[in-house]
Design a binder for this molecule. Structure first.
Ligand SMILES: Nc1ncnc2c1ncn2[C@@H]1O[C@H](COP(=O)(O)OP(=O)(O)O)[C@@H](O)[C@H]1O
Ligand SMILES: CC(=O)N[C@@H](CCC(=O)OP(=O)(O)O)C(=O)O
Length: 302
């Protein structure tokens, strides 16, 4: 045997071992629903976006029902900058006035949603793009937030404008799409009872959708390896109790706040586990789902 063919054989064996390792996970997850939140930062470049799309098609092909909820925070930021509209964040949420909500909807439902649908279609899947407005998917109400003023110790009401929170998710439209072999791709826009459009954090929408459909897993793809401690080490497993401690001692901040709030709410509402993984790493979703090692941070009930 030449050295080249020996290394070929080793590679073949490694591939075969990986496929074999995936088998028990395929058995465990066939017929289950996974909600996958694809963050704006994880979208990175076209190559990564194409890999993400083909991984979603692979999940569908082997009998898992993927539901994609996407973000687009950085892309909204770029558009607001081009249009010279100022934008600020409070606790990871974009303060959204009337002009901003129009731009948010245009970027999320118009541009990003269709890019993901196109990539999944090109990878051989049948994707359907929806916003929370379609089929009454996400009913929303204005988000009420308060914050205690440290000096006066008085609870202040924060006005984030047209930032919403899901009050009801209609799972029927999702289950009928699933039954028809389609992959729903959801933009995080909600509709108020009065017809108002609401900008909702995409993590929050993913969590609400996961709870409404009784998903087995909520996967959040972002631009970090997972939740890091103050020294920058990856925290591989967190309980809901530990998440609260990390929030209170300032280890988590900014965009990680709504993300972890979502993970905790999802597991408290029946989702088996939530996982935060690095969407910049090609095939991170497959490694998380189909190997013993797992990657990222898993948030479970205990
Ligand atoms: N403890 C932490 N571990 C990891 N990231 C954190 C932590 N606390 C805050 N972050 C921030 O959260 C960001 C991820 O949230 P966000 O920017 O909203 O991502 P996405 O666009 O994927 O939703 C990270 O890039 C990081 O800056
Ligand atoms: C209220 C709020 O903050 N909405 C988000 C919606 C998009 C989003 O969540 O995108 P990422 O997941 O990429 O951060 C925003 O306007 O940026």
């Amino acid at each position: 045997m030449t050295s080249k063919s020996f290394s070929d054989t080793k590679n073949w064996l490694r591939t075969a071992r990986t496929i074999t390792e995936a088998l028990p996970f395929m058995r465990r997850y066939t017929g289950k629903t996974f909600v996958i939140k694809y963050g704006g930062h994880a979208m990175g470049n076209q190559e990564l976006a194409d890999i993400f799309a083909s991984d979603i098609v692979l999940l569908k092909q082997i009998g898992i029902n993927p539901i994609v909820v996407h973000g687009g925070g950085p892309q909204i930021g770029q558009m607001l900058e081009r249009l010279k509209v100022q934008s600020e964040f409070i606790d990871g949420l974009r303060v959204t006035d009337a002009a901003t909500v129009e731009i948010v909807e245009m970027v999320l439902s118009g541009s990003i949603n269709k890019q993901i649908v196109s990539a999944i279609t090109a990878a051989g899947g049948t994707a359907i793009g929806l916003s929370g407005k379609d089929g009454g998917l996400i009913q929303a109400t204005k988000l009420r937030r308060t914050k205690r003023d440290e000096e006066s110790n008085i609870e202040k009401i924060l006005d984030l404008g047209f930032v919403g929170e899901p009050s009801r998710v209609n799972p029927q439209i999702l289950t009928s799409l699933e039954r028809s072999g389609m992959i729903p791709v959801i933009a995080p826009i909600g509709l108020g009872a009065d017809g108002q459009t609401y900008n909702i954090n995409a993590d929050t929408v993913a969590g609400a959708v996961a709870a409404a459909v009784g998903a087995s897993r909520l996967l959040l793809l972002t631009d970090v390896a997972g939740v890091l401690d103050k020294e920058g080490n990856l925290l591989t497993d967190l309980t809901t109790e530990r998440v609260r401690e990390l929030r209170d001692d300032g280890t988590i901040y900014g965009g990680m706040l709504p993300k972890l709030e979502t993970c905790v709410n999802a597991v408290e509402n029946g989702v088996d586990a939530s996982v935060i993984i690095d969407g910049r790493m090609p095939h991170s979703m497959l490694l998380e789902i189909f190997t013993d090692r797992g990657i990222g941070t898993l948030i479970g009930r205990q």
